[in-house]
Design a binder for this molecule. Sequence first.
Ligand code: GDP
Ligand code: IMO
Ligand code: MG
Length: 421
Amino acid sequence: MKKVDVILGLQWGDEGKGKVVDVLTPRYEVVARFQGGPNAGHTLEFGGEKYVLRSIPSGIFQGGKTNVIGNGVVLDAILFREEAEALAASGHDLTRQLVISKKAHLILPTHRMLDAAYEAAKGSSKIGTTGKGIGPTYTDKVSRNGMRVGDLLNPDFRAIYAKAKARHEQILRSLNYSYDITELEKQWFEAVEYLKRFRIVDSEYFVNGCLADGKSILAEGAQGTLLDVDFGSYPFVTSSNTVCAGVCTGLGVAPNRIGEVYGIFKAYCTRVGSGPFPTELFDETGERLCQLGHEFGAVTGRRRRCGWLDLVALKYAIMIDGVTQLIMMKSDVMNDFETIRVATAYEIGGERTTEFPYEITDDVKPVYTEFEGWKCDLRECRRYEDFPEAFRRYVEFIERETGVPVKIISVGPDRGETIER
Ligand code: GDP
Ligand code: IMO
Ligand code: MG
């Protein structure tokens, strides 16, 4: 029986998962999303075109592959329709390539309102969510009040919806949140009809059937390990398990079916929204990373906070995910930097630690190791041997510290700007 290989973000999301899934897809027959929803924005570039995917797996551009939206995903029918129609308009009809789990939960229009209302109620301690209704939808799932894609086939669908909506409206009233969802609701009902043209399946049987037939599967993570609801910088996290274990619950595959775990990280760090970020830079260097890396959110357009690579956090993510191969992205952004820093420990109240702490306050001070910059254009390089020595020193230091090989290095957004070792 084949195994499921996994691609996971090891930081706070936006590591470049979409690009790498697209690059690796030719080696697989199936690509499957297992968690998250349209809070994700996965960017792919090839042939001079750029695409941003939110709910649809990043395997759809490699032709003839099956793409699965697993049970662990939360699906907004309106945004899904927008995404699928835009792809169809550019010549990518997905109806035959995509299967959707009956057990994936539906994001209702009122979930988006609840997301906004809860954020408003939190005031200055808001999470800075993407506003896509992710938290409220997962909350309904866990509190056993959710609606699933399979409910679309239920003759009582409208009644189930009305009950959920009434419950949400009660909460919205108690939060004094005013809203008007008339138009959104209309769009939503049209969009759920549109969803029915796709194959809606028992995805756990589908996925395990593929494995039994000897088909290889790549699981595509959304967000990143430091946004995991259990292991991330809680409460400044998303509402799903973004870690490797999420593949088992989000697709219905057993732990012994997990194969390679590819962990993706940027050569520096970024974060969108609120929450701790020990190596964040508030100076000109942070601004340079933002501008040169085009660090603005693919979904919300928000500026991403930028900072140095954090090996304490990276090693924590590698431990939890069982990463077997590392993939390093966006090193080209630092092409002109004189010096580059990497955090190897934290100092907290005079004590040094290499563990990611329960709570990250302003007292957590990163301890840095400094590297000489490579000061050359990495985008010109096509083989590992072409890289300047200063850059190879950086890569090999990360490998030594983490104990995991860096197998793929990305030096630009395009599919082709990818070096394998
Ligand atoms: P994802 O959410 O993990 O798929 O990542 P995003 O798509 O949100 O953000 C990554 C951004 O970096 C996108 O704009 C990519 O086109 C871009 N990108 C990916 N790899 C590289 C790289 O190696 N170098 C540069 N300069 N940009 C990259
Ligand atoms: P991809 O898949 C970066 C962040 C939000 C916020 C927190 C909770 O593109 O890497 P949510 O809307 O999920 O309730 O927001 O998580 N966040 C992301 N940050 N990349 C993402 O996805 C993200 N998805 C959510 O900014 O801080
Ligand atoms: Mg993204």
